[in-house]
Design a protein around this ligand. Structure first.
Ligand SMILES: [Zn+2]
Length: 498
């Protein structure tokens, strides 16, 4: 045996052993041909940028309950129809109140006149004209910790956290397992309190603020360079918050903190105007399908959220994912491939206030959840999709490894077992459905999301094209898989909430 031949034989043997060890039959992946067809179609003819331009520049930010989001629902519905999808429709659910942002102004009055840049939190009530108040730091995670502030907070403007460490541009992998825990960590809160419990406690504390006559609450945006963060104070029913609440830029929040440390009188003025509807508002998820063949009653869901916060354009959060879902629909339809399982595209609303559109969907379709083969969500901006999170589902690893093998050609790396919270796959995963979110390159996502800087110019075209290829191929392979992925047996208590 010549040396060269021996080397080759050894290599072949080694490869065979490795493939055998992975439980992978020799020969090419049965999905490769279809996947390559999709890669080529998306590379050549994608309409990602056109969709993004329309959603961001022609429609603009898409706050849940707003007319703009309704327009976006209608536009995406028509787009799915134009791409030849079937059963395109809007599914409605309702929120307690629609809310629209007015003006918010702030200034430091004492010890010296200074700026105070603020943006009202979502569903915050207005102040009754400009209100001036002493600034007080209130440190309380539980109602009983409010005892010591009794009778001292009338007319005050309160800070409830120390300033965050900024930049908080951690890699996704370093962050705690869900968005609420991440926020709690940023605020230095006790991570041992479960998220649902923390929401309840915060509500109780807010009730005490209200009783004590607190004038306003200021939050740290925890972002660099004057960028605002955003969050809602209306709870899951979209009620009006109890106390006028605003985000200050991190710079100004840190200034307030330094002034507080001087223990001199510190006074600010805030003036917040918003509008809220008195009646509940219908909101919508956009749904459309490519019907399956033999297994048409089983479904693969490709999703993203169409709603956004309203300071920027909601470009990377999450017009990117919405455009990817549209593109995957277009590419599969145009390529002439016929899926075995039905491909269902869903653009959710209400994600930013707590995954409410996907929760409403799972609730309305509870009896069909056994028929969902898998859910694929794209929701971390413009960066490349490098992996998918298996949400602690070790049992899915082998099956999923086979499904993603052809995706290595377009840069997908090892799958991750980790639990990822914070997007619309969670309500599905919580009822045992295999549901996956892409793990993406940060590409400034955490710097700009929810801020006035979440705008179209942040888009990196090539990276988003890669993401569309990965999502298209995974969705296709899930639909073609001869095996049905196993559900997870659910324990009595739910695993995580957002
Ligand atoms: Zn998002």
């Amino acid at each position: 045996m010549g040396r060269q031949i021996m080397k080759k034989t050894l290599l072949a043997l080694l490869t065979a052993v490795l493939l055998f060890a992975q439980g992978w039959p020799s020969g090419p992946s049965p999905y490769r041909e279809a996947d390559r067809k999709l890669f080529a179609e998306i590379e050549k003819n994608n309409q990602l940028i056109e969709s993004l331009e329309y959603l961001c520049d022609m429609i603009g930010p898409r706050l849940t309950g707003s007319d703009k989001l309704k327009r976006a629902n209608q536009w995406t519905l028509e787009k799915f129809q134009a791409y030849g999808l079937e059963n395109a429709h809007l599914e409605s659910w309702s929120i307690g109140h629609g809310w629209s942002r007015g003006t918010a102004a702030g200034r430091i009055v004492e010890p010296a006149a200074q700026r105070l840049a603020i943006s009202s939190a979502g569903w915050s009530p207005s102040t009754n004209g400009p209100v001036r108040g002493r600034v007080v730091y209130v440190k309380a995670e539980k109602p009983e910790e409010m005892e010591k502030y009794k009778g001292q907070l009338k007319g005050t403007v309160i800070l409830t956290t120390e300033p965050a460490k900024v930049p908080s541009d951690q890699r996704a992998a370093d962050r705690p397992p869900n968005a609420i825990a991440a926020l709690a960590q940023e605020r230095g809160e006790d991570l041992n309190i479960p998220p649902a419990e923390r929401i309840k406690l915060r509500r109780q504390i807010n009730e005490i603020y209200q009783k004590e006559g607190v004038a306003a609450v200021l939050r740290d945006s925890s972002k660099e360079h004057g960028l605002f963060n955003m969050g809602g104070v209306g709870g899951s029913n979209y009620d009006l918050g109890l106390i006028p609440t605003a985000y200050a830029t991190h710079e100004d929040y840190a200034l307030l903190w330094r002034l507080l440390e001087h223990k001199q009188p510190l006074e600010v003025e805030v003036d917040i105007h918003n509008e809220i509807t008195s009646e509940p508002v219908e909101v919508y998820n956009t749904v459309a399908e490519i019907p399956g063949g033999e297994k048409a009653n089983e479904v693969v869901i490709i999703g993203a959220h169409l709603d956004s916060w309203d300071l920027g354009e909601g470009a990377t959060d999450n017009a990117t994912g919405s455009s990817v879902a549209l593109e995957v629909a277009r590419a599969i339809r145009t390529s002439g491939l016929k899926p075995e399982r039905t491909l269902r595209f869903i653009l959710f609303s209400g994600e930013e206030q707590g995954l409410n559109g996907s929760r409403a969907y799972v609730k309305a379709h509870q009896s069909e959840m056994d028929k969902v083969q898998g859910v694929v969500i794209h929701d971390t901006g413009t960066g490349r999709v490098k992996s998918f999170a298996l949400q602690n589902r070790y049992d899915l690893r082998e099956a999923m490894d086979k499904l993603v093998e052809p995706l290595r050609e377009v840069g997908l790396e090892e799958l991750s077992l980790r639990w990822m919270g914070g997007s619309d796959h969670v309500p599905f995963a919580e009822v045992g459905v295999p549901a996956f979110m892409g793990i993406q390159d940060p590409a400034e996502y955490r710097k700009t999301h929810h801020s006035q800087s979440d705008t179209l110019d942040k888009i990196k075209r090539e990276e988003l094209v890669q993401g569309a290829k990965v999502v298209a191929a995974l969705a296709w392979n899930l639909s073609a898989d001869p095996e049905k992925l196993p559900r997870k047996e659910m324990e009595a208590s739910s695993q995580s909430t957002e």
